[in-house]
Design a protein around this ligand. Structure first.
Ligand code: ADP
Ligand code: MG
Length: 712
């Protein structure tokens, strides 16, 4: 029997045709559209959605207009035209009246065409954006038509506005022309567009069928149908991302056997009962339990361990290493920098003391002789835990029985680098990736949708939460008073200035001025202030750093060079100047420089009095919470996912067409659940009603292959 469902969906689709075949497009415009917006096929065009809608059933009075309005619609007549200026600065002006008042309409280009086209005394509908110019309102390059209703499917009140470019406008592809082309295309192809979700899912979830969704996203019949269309298309986009990731996970689980680490043996138990430097936090216990279950299950572990800076991930990594070791497997722990690798080596060997666990350190600066010895120790199985940098990935590094791969600060590594470690055993080792970059849940589900996630959401006891305050520049007196109080209590203070490339000169000036005013308020010999910034000579940096670390200097005025690696537990005040110029995650990192000792610590955010809404929100968030995850969520909402650390290398397309990772978190979780349920029932998507899912996933990977080709 022929499976009709499959062949039906597999047939070459009309949607793959090139747009030059749409009446009204032709080769020239097709080229322009491809170059400007990357639109090549029917499908590309149908999936280019309006970025905004306007209600064209409403007409405004000119007297009601103000410059904050979006696109509006007027009805009236031109009473006069004139050309002003000459040569390149020539403009053509029309005075448009609605019978009560009038407004200036201005054209900078295409004047000849406009002159022929529009006449005085004829009634027009004018559509454009009011702008303030020289204290007066005008409308530049509006769309103008005669007040008649158009026939066909675009006869609706809510009109989509498409993004355009200058070049497109020059090629007569305004949003209106664009919309007309899409209308033509829909009329040509709508009846041939195949549903891209299984029919039973569409019914069960009460989604709008694809044809109706596409029609209503471009030409909404009413606002409810528009909302349904948006919902359906967002769902589909998120659903396929999740289905794709989850399917990969299912395949991995079914096809690869994991190394079984069932035993909790001598090493783990001895360490736990006699060597543990402090009681584990509840969160540490929980994540260790989660991972023990993974590693004992007979399936490969793939886990992301998230925890804010200082939450104690290293200890967890060590305890998992001991379990691997108890089961006869070796461990490799990779860190992104030599400093970090050294630090891990020191702290892990320090915690293990005299336990019979052999740990080795391999980095770029390991000498040849030591290197050879390590290579041998790995092959013979003598070395239990190998700690290092990228050097671990090299082909010459071979293990006798690698069972667990741990990657610290994983967002600093590329996907390929990670994958390479997996191949160092005949069966893939268990994978634990650790990250201090708090990634919001929705994003984690997209980037690491194929990983399990464990979260350490608790700091070790005794750490006092940092108190954060926001001062405006006019409260500098109060700031200095507070600094004095703290210094007199024996504490030290950081004052950080932003440094942004484009205005480097000005920023250094800020830093110098700041240094001067601080030394005036905190004069020698009672107070000592040092400076630290990137342009200083290495030895001068060392001098400043040592003065501050040893407690001789009370205040350090610095740029963000201190963001990573500086650890002076006695410093308990972080003042951030022009804090409105920093991003949220950077503010959080900077704040993390204090609160490392036993004292109550403070972070003071300085800013001007006038703040943009967004800056205000950012500073309010900092004052309200110390929680890295909450801050990351807020950052995602304010900035969008593309800017967040760790997303660039994920290989996931962030230019989603319609869904928004920051705003559609709930829908994303819903889509994931639906995908999970489908895969639970039909892990290989073999059932006939799931043929369309298989087909769409193939399309997804085909699209990806094309993208990769374009990049290389
Ligand atoms: P991160 O998660 O940033 O890698 P670390 O593993 O470096 O954090 O731990 C930060 C500090 O907290 C270290 O000095 C470590 O010894 C300490 N620490 C870890 N776990 C605990 C605990 N359960 N109780 C007290 N201190 C702990
Ligand atoms: Mg760490």
């Amino acid at each position: 029997m022929v499976d009709n469902t499959i062949s039906w969906h597999m047939r070459p689709s009309v949607l793959d045709s090139e747009i030059k075949f749409i009446p009204g497009v032709g080769p020239k415009r097709a080229q322009l559209l491809e170059k400007e917006l990357g639109i090549r096929t029917f499908k590309d065009l149908l999936y280019t959605f309006p970025f905004r809608y306007v209600d064209r059933s409403k007409f405004y009075l000119i007297s009601e207009l103000h410059p904050d309005m979006p696109y509006i619609q007027l009805k009236g007549k031109f009473v006069r035209f004139e050309t002003v200026g000459n040569g390149r600065s020539a403009r053509y002006l029309g005075y448009f009246s609605d019978g009560r008042s009038s407004i200036e309409v201005v054209w900078f280009q295409g004047v000849k065409w406009v002159k022929d086209k529009y006449k005085i005394g004829v009634e027009y509908v004018l559509f454009g954006k009011p702008t303030a110019f020289n204290g007066k309102l005008n409308i530049a390059h509006p769309e103008i038509e005669q007040p008649k209703t158009e026939e066909g499917i675009i006869n609706t009140a809510i009109h989509g506005v498409y993004s355009s470019t200058e070049k497109l406008k020059d090629g007569f592809l305004s949003t209106k022309a664009f919309s007309r082309i899409i209308a033509t295309l829909l009329q040509m192809t709508l009846h041939q567009i195949d549903e891209t979700l299984p029919e039973h899912i569409v019914k069960q979830l009460k989604l709008l069928p694809l044809r109706e969704a596409l029609l209503n996203i471009h030409f909404p019949k009413n606002s409810q149908l528009l909302a349904h269309a948006v919902q359906r298309l967002k769902f589909e986009e998120l659903f396929y991302i999740q289905l794709n990731l989850l399917k990969q996970k299912v395949i991995r689980e079914r096809t690869t056997n994991g190394l079984v680490c069932k035993v909790v043996g001598d090493k783990f138990n001895t360490f736990y009962s006699s060597y543990l430097p402090f009681p584990l936090t509840g969160a540490q216990k929980r994540v260790i339990k989660e991972m023990r279950a993974d590693m004992g299950s007979g399936r490969q572990m793939n886990r992301l361990l998230q925890g804010d800076v200082g939450s104690g991930k290293t200890l967890v990594a060590l305890m998992m290493s001991l379990i691997a070791s108890d089961n006869g497997y070796q461990v490799s722990l990779m860190a992104p920098t030599e400093i970090l690798a050294n630090q891990h080596y020191e702290s892990i060997t320090g915690m293990l003391k005299d336990m019979p666990v052999k740990v080795a350190l391999l980095t770029g600066s390991t000498r040849k002789k030591a290197r050879t010895a390590i290579h041998e120790g790995l092959l013979s199985g003598e070395i239990n835990i190998l700690i290092g940098t990228h050097a671990l990935i090299e082909d010459v590094v071979q293990f006798s029985n690698l069972g667990l791969v741990i990657i610290d600060e994983q967002h600093r590594f590329g996907v390929m680098q990670r994958a390479k470690l997996w191949t160092k055993n005949h069966l893939p080792p268990h994978i634990l990736v650790m990250s201090a970059t708090p990634i919001p849940r929705t994003l984690a589900m997209t980037i690491y949708g194929d990983l399990e996630v464990s979260v350490i959401d608790e700091l070790p006891p005794g750490r006092k939460p940092i108190t954060t305050m926001h001062f405006t520049d006019s409260q500098r007196r109060r700031l200095f008073g507070f600094m004095k109080e703290q210094i007199d209590l024996g504490r030290q203070v950081y004052v950080v200035y932003p440094l942004i490339k484009e205005s480097e000169k000005m920023d250094y000036k800020d830093l110098e001025d700041g240094y001067e005013s601080i030394t005036r308020a905190f004069p020698l010999p009672e107070y000592q202030t040092v400076v630290l910034h990137g342009k200083m000579k290495a030895e001068d940096k060392d001098i400043s750093m040592n003065q501050f670390a040893s407690g001789k200097a009370h205040i350090m005025v610095a740029t963000t060079v201190i963001e990573v690696g500086v650890n002076v537990p006695n410093a308990s005040v972080m003042v951030i100047e022009s804090s409105e110029r920093f991003g949220l995650s950077q503010l959080h990192q900077l704040r993390g420089r204090v609160g490392r000792g036993a004292e109550q610590s403070y972070c003071i955010l300085m800013s001007g009095y006038k703040l943009s809404k967004e800056s205000k929100k950012r500073l309010d968030t900092m004052v309200a919470t110390n929680d890295g995850f909450e801050i990351a969520e807020a950052d995602l909402k304010l900035r969008g996912p593309g800017d967040l650390e760790g997303t660039q290398q994920s290989g996931i397309p962030f230019d989603l067409k319609i869904a928004n990772l920051a705003k559609d978190g709930q829908l994303l979780q819903y889509a994931r659940r639906v995908a999970e349920e489908i895969l639970e029932e039909d892990p290989t998507l073999a059932q006939p009603q799931h043929a369309v899912l298989r087909y769409q996933l193939q399309q997804l990977s085909a699209d990806k292959a094309v993208n990769l080709k374009e990049i290389s």
